[in-house]
Ligand binder design. Structure first.
Ligand code: PBG
Length: 338
């Protein structure tokens, strides 16, 4: 680092004196265009069901989702990511509902695409919303069977592409799934369907509220998802995961969770010329909401600062449950900087 001057000739506070000069020298900016909105869809008509641990977030029936998606588009949000809350009666040990061509996700994708064609749609590829045990794949001897699961994920991805999804996002952390999914999509003629790989997804305690939202808390067993999701202790391993996924055909990679893993975003960004996305997960959202409800934090300011931190770390875009809320604030002229 070149040393630029020294005190007293140099006083860094000069550039910070005025709102306009702070604006002038700001290195990063948060925009609605940086936010991808994850949404929960449920069966029914005209139905909005709040999620207790995520104040302000609801499960929506498809008709309501279509309206909200149109609104998100008008706010400048580039894409939504759809997650289904699947009825208990449709869950099986092998999660076969995942590749039913008229499942909830496929119907939601079709409806949103038809109503708001310019809005990007991202679908999660993983079996957890569909399995009775809540794991992301098919079990054999109490652990997820990698290759059998990959075959199921390929079918799931093709079904989502058929429904009109723009980007499939495997969040399952099986080995080799990006290459297999790419081949399956190409074979089915979906050369243009993108893959956002959850390349570095950690076995995290911050997914709790999400599992309530999609009803996948299930019966994960004592090792949880640690035999496939990454150990929070590791960072070199994240680079290996990203390298493999990019070589297998990933168009973008995801780091997840977000704020506790900003170091991973930065390292991946510096080592690979591939778009890096980040997921501000349910637990991160819940923490900020809970603190704000207690009067301990200013939600808007803390949320904006967190999202700006993702950009600073090197993320191209961020999945955030606060996307609509933040896009509204930005539109009303609120700045991501204090
Ligand atoms: C599952 C999946 C999870 C999330 C997104 N996809 C949870 C998990 O791995 O158990 C978590 C998102 C969040 O917490 O907001 N494939």
């Amino acid at each position: 680092m070149i040393r630029l001057g020294s005190y007293p000739a140099t006083r860094l506070r000069r550039n910070r004196r005025h709102a306009w000069s702070r604006t002038l020298v700001a290195e990063h900016q948060l925009n609605a265009e940086d936010c991808i909105w994850p949404v929960f869809v449920q069966e029914g008509q005209n139905k909005t069901t709040p999620i207790a641990a995520m104040p302000g977030v609801n499960r929506l029936s498809i008709d309501r989702l279509v309206k909200e998606a149109a609104y998100a588009h008008t706010l400048g949000i580039p894409a939504i990511a759809i997650f289904p809350a699947v009825g208990q009666e449709l869950k099986t040990p092998d999660g076969r509902e995942a590749h039913n061509t008229s499942n909830l996700v496929c119907r939601a994708v079709k409806a949103v695409k038809k109503a708001v064609p310019a809005l990007g749609i991202i679908c999660d590829v993983a079996l957890d919303p569909y399995t009775t045990h809540g794991h992301d794949g098919i079990l054999r001897d109490d652990d997820v069977d990698n290759d059998r699961t990959v075959a199921a994920l390929c079918r799931q991805a093709v079904v989502q592409a058929q429904a009109g999804c723009d980007i499939v996002a495997p969040s399952d952390m099986m080995d080799g799934r990006i290459g297999e999914i790419r081949r399956a999509l190409d074979k089915a003629g979906f050369h243009g369907t993108g893959i956002l790989s959850y390349a570095a997804k950690y076995a995290s305690a911050f997914y709790g509220p999400f599992r309530e939202a999609v009803g996948s808390a299930g019966n994960l067993g004592k090792s949880g998802k640690r035999t496939y999701q990454m150990d929070p202790a590791n960072t070199d391993e994240a680079l290996r995961e990203v390298a493999l996924d990019v070589s297998e055909g990933a168009d973008m990679v995801m780091i997840k969770p977000g704020m506790p893993y900003l170091d991973i975003i930065r390292r991946v960004r510096e080592n690979f010329s591939v778009p890096v996305l980040a997921y501000q997960v349910s637990g991160e959202y819940a923490m900020l909401r809970a603190a704000a409800q207690n009067g301990w934090l200013d939600f808007d300011a803390a949320m904006m600062e967190s999202l700006l931190a993702f950009k600073r770390a090197g993320a191209s875009a961020v999945f955030t449950y606060a996307a609509i809320h933040i896009a509204e604030k930005l539109r009303a002229g609120k700045s991501s900087r204090l």
